[in-house]
Design a protein around this ligand. Structure first.
Ligand code: PLP
Length: 420
């Protein structure tokens, strides 16, 4: 096998250097992107395993290919553990991503032209909840609910009246940038009152739900989708949970309906992450994520920043930088120059376009994985305040970057040095 040299540094030095660069960037950056995290070494090992070589169309025990006895073990472990972790009737662990999981649900139970009621992207929802630029918005009739203009929280009475008026077949709840606890029981009542099915997308808050830090949508939802790489701290991917009555439809919509061969190395890594999610350490970790987000939001409020909805109940918060005369892109770029990585984000009723925005979104899953506690993230919040109050001061940004690198020496991501 001549091209298959064991050592990436000699077989593909350009790529090796890119991976080394990324290792270095992750180690020396304070990652506050709310949807990112650092997986364990065990998850990394499974993701990089030879399971990537195997085709396994179908499901455990019912494959279209021979030689699936070991990947069957991996997928069955992922299924059994997901059921234990979330307490759901049925789970499909094959979606390659969160969007694939959402599309899987829509295509399994809806017909083109059906009405979906979901949260507006610019109020915290997700592209795959029916935005016109996404496939989810192209075939269905989408009605959006917003957050209240004053409280910036979901207005459940507005959701109820939209549901009564438009009689959707499916209601979608769950969000990408909503800092408050979602009342899933309320959504269950609304769906029931208008005869709609309910899908909860807990892509962001999956880990919080597992730990009981956020209420669970599993009992009252027909479908629950989740990504495995955010607060769940697993490999990139998605899963669909559903009531038993939809199991066959969901499975056939994923394969052969919308995907081909499952990513068996990723499914194995999902199994590893789900085993980790069953531990007490994982539950404590989720509690710490929320404590850290709250501490940061409070500190930034003290420093005079307006936090969307006045704070947070979960792992993320949004600063309205427009309130300080800044735009989200300028703010996020200045933070990056200072070694702090967050993302520009629209805020409710934002007047600026998505590439500019008036907000920056911050989340604490990754820094909490590195071991930061409240006292540590307070220092980070102060650094953020310094940057946002003086975004063009390049000398200060350079000093902050050195400070960031110094701080992070006490919070290594991995015990062993990683090689590309
Ligand atoms: N759903 C929600 C609520 C999300 O926030 C995201 C990603 O950020 C997704 C779905 C999509 O996940 P993926 O990027 O894995 O497709």
């Amino acid at each position: 096998m001549t091209v298959n040299s064991r050592d990436l540094s000699t077989s593909d030095p350009e790529l090796y250097r890119a991976i080394q660069g990324e290792i270095n960037r992750q180690e020396n950056t304070i990652v506050l992107i709310a949807s990112e995290n650092f997986v364990s070494e065990a998850v990394l090992q499974a993701t990089g395993s030879v399971l990537t070589n195997k085709y396994a169309e179908g499901y455990p025990g019912k494959r279209y290919y021979n030689g699936c006895e070991f990947v069957d073990i991996a997928e069955q472990l992922a299924i059994d553990r997901a059921k234990a972790v979330f307490g759901c009737d049925h789970v499909n662990v094959q979606p390659h991503s969160g969007v694939q999981a959402n599309i899987g649900v829509l295509f399994s139970v809806l017909d083109p032209g059906d009405t979906i009621l979901s949260m507006n992207l610019s109020h915290g929802g997700h592209l795959s909840h029916g935005n016109p630029v996404n496939i989810s918005g192209r075939l269905f009739n989408i009605v959006f609910y917003n957050v209240d203009g004053k409280t910036e929280r979901i207005d459940y009475s507005e959701v109820m009246s939209l549901a009564r008026e438009h009689k959707p077949r499916l209601i979608i709840c769950g969000a990408s940038s909503y800092p408050r606890e979602i009342d899933f029981a309320k959504f269950g009542e609304i769906a029931e009152s208008c005869g709609a099915m309910l899908m909860a997308d807990i892509a962001h808050i999956g880990g919080l739900v597992v730990a009981g830090v956020h209420n669970s949508p599993v009992p009252m939802s027909d479908f629950v989708t989740v990504t495995t790489h955010k607060t769940m701290r697993g490999p990139r991917g998605g899963m669909i949970m559903c009531k038993e009555q939809y199991a066959k439809k969901i499975d056939s919509t994923m394969f052969p309906g919308t995907q081909g061969g499952p990513l068996m190395h990723v499914i194995a890594a999902k199994a590893v992450a789900l085993k980790e999610a069953l531990t007490d350490e994982f539950k404590q970790y989720q509690h710490q994520i929320v404590k850290n987000a709250t501490a940061m939001a409070d500190q930034l409020t003290k420093k005079g920043f307006r936090i969307v909805s006045g704070g947070t109940d979960n792992h993320l918060f949004l600063i309205d930088v427009g309130h300080r005369g800044l735009t989200g892109n300028v703010a996020a770029d200045a933070l990056e120059r200072a070694g702090i990585c967050a993302n520009k984000n629209g805020i409710p009723y934002d007047t600026r376009p998505p590439r500019i925005t008036s907000g920056v979104r911050f989340g604490t899953p990754a820094v909490t994985t590195r071991g930061m506690k409240e006292k540590d993230v307070l220092i980070v919040a102060d650094l953020i305040a310094d940057v946002l109050l003086d975004v063009t001061n390049e000398e200060m940004l350079r000093r902050t970057r050195s400070r960031v690198e110094e701080i992070l020496k006490d919070f290594p991501i991995y015990r062993h040095k990683l090689e590309g």
